[in-house]
Design a binder for this molecule. Structure first.
Ligand SMILES: Nc1ncnc2c1ncn2[C@@H]1O[C@H](COP(=O)(O)OP(=O)(O)O)[C@@H](O)[C@H]1O
Ligand SMILES: [Mg+2]
Length: 357
């Protein structure tokens, strides 16, 4: 079974079976599936599992301007058009004894479709400007993400060409149809990133669930992009579901505001007490014990110590002033600091003096 195609869920196993079945034949294959679902990968898998000695030659029909496509596919003779300074082999010839992969076949211009049909039917080609019939040992794989039947109805794709290429159609599942492959795809993509010399992150259990929840309109290509982004933003770090949702799928770089929110979220959980406890209110709203801070580094990689301590200080000063109706003397007592120290700190944090003393 093909090792190139990663994944082992039911949909992927059926795909691999089809690839195995068709590789040994010379039939034309039509790969259909959404963008990013792995059409290129499947074409490569078919070629590599076949025993064909030639090369896999890829032509993206959508990427080559239509006026150049004919000579690109069929080659040309010297002087056949302005700029044809020398004879050139086309991709059909280069793929002789190998496999020709015509990607985005739905974008093949109408003007070329008849010539393509003839090449497939006769297994011979003529170079542009040439008279010789060149015989080829040809194997063709076509791919499209488009609805070709609709194109036929609209008159922009020849029905006879469609029947010629639709000998062995393979529908490639979307990533959301094979979500259980995500952990295996993740490992595979991470190992490739690691091999290229980059530092990789670790994905925790919650992050895997978050990846499975997402709908993946861009399929495996989008998954790969997310994983590459993760390696750039979180090298050597642990990635959680929150990171997936907030930093990777939405492309937000974690910033200091977010870090601050995280800190306060954690502080509030440190003082959380069982709702049914019979203890009085003073005990319920307890100050976090210093040892609680030790746990922070289980979750955080860094904390701005000075800024965080300042924020704690500011909140405690403001609260004590509120409680004493702005009396600096009373607030200083409740904070167990000198009155002058409190006044200095109020200046530092621009806290207005509203009370009398
Ligand atoms: N089954 C698979 N196993 C491993 N990688 C895959 C698989 N399918 C797709 N990929 C990766 O996903 C990306 C998109 O695949 P590609 O074949 O280019 O999609 P398509 O041609 O359908 O747009 C590529 O980076 C490819 O390596
Ligand atoms: Mg492709």
């Amino acid at each position: 079974m093909s090792k190139i195609i990663k994944g082992s869920c039911e949909a992927t196993q059926s795909l691999k079976k089809l690839v195995d079945m068709v590789s040994n034949s010379n039939s034309t294959v039509l790969l259909r599936g959404e963008t990013g679902c792995g059409k290129d990968i499947v074409a490569r898998a078919i070629h590599e599992s076949s025993k064909r000695k030639g090369k896999l030659v890829n032509v993206n029909c959508a990427a080559i301007p239509s006026e150049l496509l004919e000579s690109e596919l069929f080659g040309h003779e010297k002087g056949s058009f302005t700029g044809a300074d020398s004879k050139r082999e086309g991709r059909f010839e280069i793929s002789n004894q190998g496999t020709l992969f015509l990607d985005e076949i739905g974008d093949m211009p109408m003007s070329l479709q008849a010539k393509l049909l003839r090449a497939i039917e006769t297994r011979t080609i003529q170079r542009v400007g040439g008279k010789d019939e060149i015989e080829l040992d040809l194997r063709l794989i076509c791919a499209t993400h488009q609805n070709i039947e609709k194109k036929i109805d609209e008159g922009s794709f020849r029905a006879d060409l469609f029947y010629r290429i639709n000998v062995f159609p393979i529908e490639i599942p979307t990533l959301s149809e094979r979500k259980n492959d995500i952990p295996e795809l993740l490992d595979h993509i991470l190992s490739e990133i690691k091999e290229s010399g980059s530092k990789i992150p670790t994905f925790d259990e919650s992050s895997l669930s978050a990846l499975k929840e997402y709908i993946w309109p861009g399929n495996i290509r989008e998954l790969r992009n997310v994983i590459e982004r993760a390696s750039i933003i979180f090298p050597n770090k642990l990635i959680s579901a929150k990171n997936i949702r907030e930093n990777l799928l939405r492309v937000n770089i974690p910033d200091s505001v977010e870090e601050k929110d995280t800190l306060w979220e954690m502080t509030s959980s440190l003082t959380e007490v069982d709702q049914h406890s019979k203890e009085d209110e003073k005990n319920i709203i307890s100050v976090p014990h210093p040892s609680h801070y030790k746990k922070w580094f289980d979750v955080l990689d860094k904390i701005d110590l000075r800024r965080h301590l300042s924020e704690v200080e500011l909140i405690l000063i403001e609260s004590s002033l509120k409680k004493t109706n702005g009396s600096v003397t009373e607030a200083a007592k409740s904070l167990k600091i000198n009155r002058t120290t409190l006044i200095e700190k109020m200046k530092k944090y621009s806290i207005p003096k509203v009370g009398l003393d």
